[in-house]
Design a protein. Structure first.
Length: 484
């Protein structure tokens, strides 16, 4: 066994902390970026918001202090270059993310919050009343005494968001220490509240409550609900007609009434959290051309703390450990600001490329969307596909056609018989419009949709049509067909 030293030469790609941060910031959504900036402001004392401070104004008015600051600034700038040049980095990987565009006169188009073309937001609304509040309000007006009000409140508390009672009479009676007869009486009271059909135990009871309130007791509608709901679901109309010895037309009229009833009475009062989308990019048409603005509204403008810059420039009487810490935070703050600027440049260039390639979509709408892949943008702006992918993840664009995620603009293409290509999203839209305009009694089959597209020089397989139809949540032809 022999021990010896060997010298080997090899090439390695090193993922520096600065590059890792650049990648992380690029793929953050706007909300996540705001949170990341706030966190960095908390953790790095040398980083601060770039706001006009009265103390800075006072300092700027002092000529002698300005002279000293100029001297210190020169030392700070020299130190800044030293700190940046001393940072470990892999030039190969860094160049992939930082092209030599620092001398570009490109207008990043930051969308100032006071810009006259800024779209309005209808996002201020009062809190809606939920089902429980609505029922309790009616109970207070209808209960004959305090005991009934307490019983009713307990019953309402066991009604789910769809409007169904999820507790038995026996359970409620045991909890409230009242008779089951009293529980049934108060349940009957609540079943007369708005919305119609509320406080039922199942779908059949829900529909029967609505039958009673609509004055349809003793009619064919009630009989079908009582005895043939499953046959209605299976569209076994002939069996129902035979059972009641009536024509299919009469069955059809009764079923039309049932279909207009609400199977989930609480749906109208469901309160779900609203998720608002804040665009990262605004595309505004002006004088026949499209202007691109990055939305920086609400994002703090960052700068290096002037106080710590002076301390680093002076360096007098500061312990070495403190200086080392300040230099590390100084370098970290500089890279953070640089990486955010790089993120903005990248998103801007990606948006610029999208607008260039998809100009017809911006002018005319979704049916003019072109086949478009990440590689097209990557080649156009000389970036890697993975960088383009990160720049389009969870980012939104405001356009004259609406708000879309940047990834929306990328889709595969279908080759037409005339030699041109068409986006798969455009075909989705065409299928949707065909189904919306079809005759409900003779809906289009997948083969008929295929034939209609073929007539428009779009050659596409029937199984592909079936796949697109499912992606659009469109039922099959048998489930779309209406007999009446």
């Amino acid at each position: 066994m022999e021990t010896r030293l060997d010298l080997r030469l090899s090439q390695k790609l090193i993922m520096t902390p600065q590059l890792q941060q650049a990648i992380k910031l690029l793929q953050l959504s706007r909300l996540e970026l705001t949170q990341a900036v706030s966190q960095e402001l908390l953790e790095n004392p040398l980083l601060e918001e770039d706001v006009l401070i009265e103390e800075d104004i006072a300092l700027s008015e002092n000529a002698e202090r300005e002279r000293k600051d100029d001297y210190v600034e020169e030392k700070v700038e020299a130190k800044e270059d030293e700190l940046l040049n001393g940072a470990e980095e892999s030039s190969f990987m860094w160049d992939d993310y930082y092209e030599d565009d620092r001398n570009e006169d490109r207008n990043l188009g930051y969308f100032a919050s006071s810009h006259e073309d800024m779209p309005s937001y209808e996002q201020m609304s009062s809190r809606p009343v939920d089902l429980t509040e609505h029922l309790l309000w009616q109970l207070r007006l209808s209960a004959s005494d305090k005991k009934d009000e307490e019983t009713g409140a307990m019953i309402i508390g066991n009604i789910d968001e769809d409007g169904y009672l999820r507790a038995t009479d026996e359970e409620l009676s045991g909890i409230l220490k009242v008779s089951e007869a009293d529980v049934k009486r108060v349940i009957k009271l609540i079943q007369g509240f708005d919305p119609m059909g509320v406080c039922a135990r199942d779908l059949k009871e829900c529909l029967l409550i609505q039958v009673e309130q609509l004055g349809l007791k003793g009619t064919l509608v009630e009989d079908i609900i009582l005895y043939h709901l499953e046959d209605v679901e299976k569209r076994n109309y002939a069996k129902i007609a035979k059972r009641f010895n009536v024509s299919l037309d009469e069955i059809g009229k009764a079923i039309n009434v049932i279909e207009k009833m609400e199977p989930k009475p609480g749906r109208a009062y469901s309160v779900s959290e609203t998720h608002y989308i804040t665009p990262d990019v605004f595309v505004v048409k002006s004088d026949g051309d499209y202007l691109i603005y990055l939305n920086d509204d609400g994002l703090p403008k960052l700068r290096i703390s002037q106080f710590y810059r002076r301390l680093l420039g002076a360096r007098n009487g500061i312990p070495n450990a403190t200086l080392t810490y300040m230099e590390e935070k100084f370098r970290s703050a500089l890279w953070f600001i640089k990486n955010i600027e790089h993120r903005n440049r990248t998103i801007y260039r990606v948006a610029e490329s999208i607008v260039k390639f998809q100009r017809e979509f911006f002018d005319k709408g979704i049916q003019h969307l072109k086949p478009f892949v990440l590689r097209d943008v990557a080649m156009d702006i000389s970036m890697h596909e993975s960088t383009v992918s990160r720049a389009t993840t969870n980012k939104y664009m405001f356009t004259p056609q609406g708000i879309f995620e940047l990834k929306f603009f990328f889709s595969s293409g279908i080759q037409k018989t005339d030699g041109n290509a068409m986006s798969s999203l455009t075909i989705h839209q065409m299928i949707k419009e065909m189904v919306n305009n079809e005759n409900e009694k003779t809906p289009l089959s997948d083969q008929e949709i295929t034939d209609k597209l073929k007539a428009k020089t779009i050659e596409i397989a029937r199984r592909t049509i079936a796949k697109y139809r499912k992606e659009l949540n469109i039922p099959s032809v048998s489930k779309r067909r209406r007999i009446f």
